[in-house]
Design a protein around this ligand. Structure first.
Ligand code: FES
Length: 106
């Protein structure tokens, strides 16, 4: 199971083991990581699952697609080049060790 470290805006770390194929958002919501809302259930229509990928890992996750980027423009916390909607990050073994900082406002 690939491990994800979610970092809260206050710096608190939450290490969780993700199921292969699950999204980072689903993993956070299921395991009670605070700060990820996931209001639309992963439908790419709410931007309440905004995270910042550790810059050194953005090549692994890839950057946001065009539509995702449009959604991020309306995110409560301003997006950066490392912003992703965590419902769009599907966990693979290669993503083990992923570090995602949760946006302060969702
Ligand atoms: S959960 Fe709604 S866009 Fe990710």
């Amino acid at each position: 199971m690939p491990r994800i470290t979610f970092v809260s805006p206050d710096g608190a770390k939450h290490d969780v083991d993700a199921k292969l194929g699950a999204s980072a958002m689903e993993t956070a919501v299921k395991l009670g990581v605070p700060g990820i809302v996931g209001e639309c259930g992963g439908g790419l229509s709410c931007a309440t699952c905004h995270v910042f990928v550790e810059p050194s890992q953005i090549e692994l996750t890839g950057t946001a697609g065009d539509f995702e980027e449009e959604m991020l423009e309306d995110a409560m916390t301003p997006a950066t080049p490392c912003s992703r909607l965590s419902c769009q990050i599907r966990m693979t073994e290669e993503l083990g060790g992923l570090i995602l900082t949760i946006a302060a406002e969702q």
